[in-house]
Every structure is written in structure tokens, then in C-alpha cells.
Design a protein around this ligand. Structure first.
Ligand code: KG4
Ligand code: ZN
Length: 359
């Protein structure tokens, strides 16, 4: 089965073609330099850039996959969560293509895409097969750790398509906290990967951040206190240095901050794991690219004697459309096609639920 995936939930215009769970193409168009100038995404500009880029991104995805539109079995499009005015662009394009080529639509929750992205496989050029899918029998029930710029969620997954959030952000998302502290350190936007890079040269123990919500016995997370703590650490340090932090200061703050973030997430994950009996942990979302987080998650998984599943490339951790096409494939297998295309609407605050949303 060939699925075309489209995601315009935030700043990247993304399209992809998958054959079952194999990625044939995964195209992104991003206006990152503009946002680096503004220090964050500007919804109005993001919409404009989606409108300008969507046709060529889709064409490139089809061309790279060597699959013409006539051979696409379904169009999977993100309906939420995300920015209303950017989600609309992808949905409108999916409706247009659906009407022109008589192809059904599948509406996808962006977080389901992040959650399932670990199931994607790269195309093996030498051994192309028509029915390449992974055996999921030993993976579920699973606990998903979803960490992105907008979300921090622990999701219990009895099987693909049924989701129960067992812990979530009470304020800032983990990626958002990295971006905000990165900004205070003058690292630009987005800052997650740069904080990780600087932290590698930090000296352990030089700067300590408090670990949030230690006395709260729940799997919910709170990262905004770490942002305030960063401000209280950075400002006096700056004054001491006559206005500008040294590179070593930046490295030490980055390390202290990252350590507290990862410790907080792991502590809360432990609560979720105590609550649910699972066969595996899966990781998804932009922050999943962080090596320290991965290594601490590996230790936790080992402690519980269960495997940890991670997307096969960093491109699958950050926003992309392959994960949307892949989630679409699993919905297509279950027959969860949109029954009335015109009813598909964006839902900027869409949540993962136990029951599938079809429209
Ligand atoms: O999933 P994603 O691409 O977009 C959302 O759906 O939000 O996640 C982007 C987030 C940004 O906040 C970015 O700073 C963070 O992921 N990020 C990282 C790393 N790479 C990206 N955070 C920590 N360490 C990284 N290596
Ligand atoms: Zn995302």
C-alpha cells in the first residue's frame, strides 16, 4: 500500500511517501533562517511559506519515491495538534488531491506520528519487497515517551490506535524549555541540539539546577521552573563577567540544565512505569535526538528488563511527514478512512485518545 503523508502543523512543510512501513521519500522545506532572525516561529509567515512550498514539496516526495499520484492509495494528513492557520494549508491540499485523484483521506494526530515513528524502516535498495512491515506482537503494550517542542507526554499504548495519556506537561514542554534557555544563552532558535553540543564540554557539578516536582507522586512534568532557575543563574554570572558569558560558562549552564531536564523526565517516567505493566518503552519527538536522554532511557529500560525502541534516524525524531504517512498506513489497515472529506477540520489542541478520530 502506498500512502502520501502531509504535515503542515508547525514551521516545516513536509510530504512523504511510504510503502507500508518503508519510507520511500521524506521531504522537508523549512524557513529556519527567518525564524532564527525572529527568535521563534511566526504563524503568519509559516502559513505563507506552507502555501508557497506545499506543491513542490509534494511533487518532490512523489518523484523521489518514484510513485505517481495515480498509484497513491490514501492521503494521510495532520489535523492537529499544531497551529490552526498552518494546519489548514495541509488539510486543504489533501482535500484537493483527494477530489482530483479519487483517493481517500486519513486524518492523523501529529503525536500519533511521533509515537509510531520508531516502526519506520529505511528502503533497502537491493531487496525491495512489496509487503515490508515489522512484527509488532512483542512490542505492545508499550509506554511511549513523547518529547517535542510543544509536548511532553507519557502514553500507554495497549496496541496501535489506542492511546491513554498517563502523564503530561503542566507548563512548558521539554523542547520548549531547551529553546527558551538556549535563547537566554544566546544560542538562537531552536536551541535543543546546540545545548546538547555545548553540554558535552561542560564540567560536571559546576552548575547545579534543582530537579522539579520531586515530591509530587505523579507522571506529570513541569519544565518552567528550570527556565526561571536558568535566569537566576545566568544573570548574576553575566554581571560577574562584565556582560558576556564565556564559552565555558555556556557549556556549564547547558550541562547543568540538560542534566536536570533529563533527570526530571526519567523520574516521571518511572512513575508511569510503576503504574502500567508494559513490554517496551518507545521514544519519539524532536528531543528524542538527545544522546544523554537516550542513554538514560536505555538505563531505565534495562532496569525494567524491557527494550527501548527509537526511530532509526534523527530526521524521524523531528517533525516530518514520513511519520504521518506511516500512522496513516496503520489506520488504512484498520479501515479508518475519512468518510466525509469536507468534514475534516483542524484541531489545534487535538489529544491522543482511546478511540480513533475518523471524521
Ligand atoms: O518534534 P519537533 O521537531 O517539533 C514539535 O513537534 O515541537 O521538536 C522540536 C524540538 C525543539 O524544541 C528542539 O529544540 C528540540 O526538539 N530538539 C532537541 C534536540 N534536537 C531537537 N532538544 C534537545 N536535544 C536535542 N538534540
Ligand atoms: Zn512534532
Amino acid at each position: 500500500m502506498h500512502i502520501l503523508g502531509i504535515d503542515t502543523s508547525f514551521d516545516d512543510t513536509a510530504a512523504s511517501v511510504v510503502r507500508n512501513t518503508t519510507i520511500l521519500s521524506n521531504i522537508l522545506s523549512s524557513d529556519l533562517p527567518i525564524y532564527q532572525e525572529w527568535g521563534g516561529v511566526v504563524p503568519r509567515l509559516a502559513r505563507l511559506s506552507h502555501e508557497q512550498n506545499i506543491d513542490s514539496v509534494i511533487q518532490t516526495a512523489l518523484k523521489r519515491a518514484r510513485v505517481p499520484m495515480e498509484k497513491i492509495d490514501a492521503i494521510a494528513v495532520t489535523y492537529g495538534p499544531g497551529l490552526s492557520i498552518t494546519l489548514e494549508v495541509g488539510i486543504a491540499k489533501a482535500k484537493e488531491l483527494s477530489a482530483t485523484f479519487h483517493v481517500p483521506i486519513i486524518a492523523i494526530n501529529h503525536m500519533e506520528g511521533h509515537l509510531l515513528s520508531f516502526l519506520a524502516s529505511p528502503e533497502k535498495k537491493d531487496t525491495p519487497t512489496a509487503e515490508d512491515t515489522r512484527d509488532t506482537n512483542n512490542i505492545f503494550p508499550s509506554l511511549a515517551v513523547l518529547v517535542s517542542g510543544g509536548h511532553t507526554e507519557f502514553v500507554f499504548v495497549p496496541h496501535i490506535g489506542t492511546y491513554e495519556i498517563v502523564g503530561e506537561k503542566q507548563d512548558d514542554a521539554m523542547g520548549e524549555a531547551f529553546d527558551k534557555v538556549g535563547r537566554m544563552l544566546g544560542l538562537g532558535y531552536p536551541a535543543g541540539a546546540l545545548i546538547e553540543k555545548f553540554a558535552k564540554e561542560g564540567t560536571v557539578g559546576t552548575i547545579k539546577f534543582p530537579v522539579p516536582m520531586r515530591s509530587v507522586r505523579s507522571a506529570d512534568t513541569s519544565f518552567s521552573g528550570l527556565k526561571t532557575a536558568a535566569m537566576r543563574i545566568i544573570e548574576p554570572l553575566k554581571e560577574k563577567r562584565g556582560g558576556v558569558l564565556t564559552k565555558q560558562d555556556i557549556c556549564d549552564v547547558a550541562l547543568g540544565f540538560q542534566t536536570a531536564c533529563v533527570t526530571h523526565l526519567i523520574e516521571k517516567l518511572t512513575f508511569a512505569l510503576e503504574e502500567k505493566n508494559v513490554k517496551s518503552i518507545v521514544l519519539g519527538g524532536g528531543v528524542a535526538a538527545n544522546a544523554t536522554l537516550r542513554s538514560e532511557l536505555r538505563k531505565t529500560a534495562k532496569k525494567y528488563a524491557i527494550p527501548l525502541y527509537i526511530p532509526y534516524s534523527k530526521k524521524l525524531c523531528v517533525d516530518n511527514a514520513a511519520m504521518i504517512a506511516l500512522a496513516g498506513y496503520f489506520k488504512a489497515v484498520r479501515g479508518e478512512f475519512v468518510t466525509n472529506s469536507e468534514a475534516v477540520e483542524r484541531d489545534p489542541i487535538a489529544r491522543l485518545t482511546a478511540q480513533a478520530i475518523i471524521f
